[in-house]
Ligand binder design. Structure first.
Ligand SMILES: *Cc1c(COP(=O)(O)O)cnc(C)c1O
Length: 377
């Protein structure tokens, strides 16, 4: 956990002047989204899922503002993410490791006061051993597989656990959880089937607070809320109700700088492979952002300047994209000006649609060359 650490926080912050693009993260929108979810949940507590550096937006910055909203429970995927978060937040909040602790990292994880999610009897045994070695009781979350077949104890493992109380020696079960595979499809019968399986499995385990819902799961209604909900995406502005209006506030704004502009005649090839040719005179600008910044090469979208859409032309390059600025008055954009790529005109979900992927992948793929501005903290 020291000199070789390549976590995001070790990337050098790029200054506004030198950066090719600017990423604004609206922490007041993060707070508002969290408040909205908490109010939907009523008496169910709302955790914050801050894995993968808060979906690329900065785990420490996000967790700190969620804590100000009263959030006292966080979920990360990896033990290393948990250690980083513990160092930033202090001893107060509960921090759960969704993937469980990798073999060999139990002592460090336990010493940092992190709660492992035991996804198998094997992970549970290793955590029991860590409690024995530490000479104290350790908290544990039990994840059961209610039908996603990704992480969690299989029904047969739950039976084994139910039949032998010594498998929990030295452990304090603080949460029983499972994860929904199809929560973003409210009509999918898999949701009710998973809920039923979850209820049957947790009935065999020691009584403990229960947790099933991610962001979309919260919108399936109170039957899915249990004691603790685990939203990530909705906090970051991704629509938890695909196909319906997004009830969440947009959190990010991504803008790229214009590097240069040019006027082109008819029948000129543009970009790699000349996949676009001018059919008449055209004014083009090249902007300083490309697929190395997490912009999918297939996401042929547009940029926006003063509300005017400026379509991409030609292929997305590693560090640049060419846009058609003919819709703007001559001289309206010049080198150094910023055009908007993600924001009010084109959301994270819109960009995901252009790329044939989901907003989660767009956010977590955002690169490290941007000048990052945190607003409303
Ligand atoms: C990522 C994750 C979540 C959060 O899911 P969202 O869809 O982003 O709300 C919750 N629980 C588990 C187990 C996860 O892996």
């Amino acid at each position: 956990m020291d000199q070789c650490n390549a976590n995001n926080r070790d990337f050098r912050q790029t200054s506004a002047a030198e950066a090719g693009a600017v990423l604004r993260i609206d922490l007041s929108a993060v707070r508002e989204n969290y408040r909205q979810l908490q109010s939907r949940l009523g008496s169910t507590r709302c955790a914050g899922v801050v894995k993968a550096d808060s979906y690329g937006l900065g785990a420490v910055q996000v967790a700190k503002v969620l804590a100000k909203e009263g959030c006292d429970t966080f979920f990360v995927a990896h033990a290393g993410e948990g250690l980083t978060l513990r160092a930033a937040l202090g001893q107060g909040p509960a921090i759960y490791i969704l993937n469980g602790t990798p073999p060999g990292a139990e002592a460090e994880t336990a010493a940092a006061g992190l709660t492992t999610v035991a996804n198998s009897l094997e992970q549970l045994a290793a955590w029991r051993e860590a409690a024995r070695a530490a000479g104290r009781k350790l908290p544990v979350a039990l994840q059961v597989d209610s039908g996603m077949s990704r992480l969690g104890m299989m029904p047969s493992e739950v039976e084994t656990l139910a039949a032998d109380a010594s498998l929990l020696d030295g452990l304090d079960v603080v949460l029983v959880m499972s994860h929904l595979a199809c929560a973003d499809e409210p009509e999918n019968p898999a949701n009710a089937a998973q809920k039923q399986a979850f209820d049957q499995l947790r009935a065999k385990l020691p009584a403990a607070p229960a947790s099933l819902a991610n962001s979309s799961g919260i919108f399936l209604g109170p039957d899915y809320h249990y004691d603790l909900a685990r939203p990530g995406a909705a906090i970051y502005g991704i629509n938890p109700t695909p196909g319906h209006a997004n009830p969440m506030r947009e959190v990010i704004r991504l803008e790229a700088k214009v590097i240069q502009t040019r006027t082109l005649d008819k029948d000129i090839g543009i970009g790699y492979g000349h996949t676009f040719r001018t059919t008449g005179q055209l004014r083009a600008a090249t902007i300083s952002l490309g697929y190395a910044d997490g912009w999918h090469r297939r996401a042929a979208a547009g940029a926006y300047f003063n509300g005017v859409r400026l379509p991409f032309i030609g292929r997305v390059s590693m560090d640049s994209i060419i846009i058609d600025i003919s819709a703007l008055p001559e001289g309206a954009v010049k080198a150094g000006d910023l055009v908007e790529l993600i924001g009010s005109h084109q959301t994270v979900d819109d960009v995901a649609g252009h790329a044939g992927t989901i907003g989660y992948e767009v956010l977590t793929g955002l690169g490290h060359r941007f000048h990052r501005i945190y607003e409303g903290g």
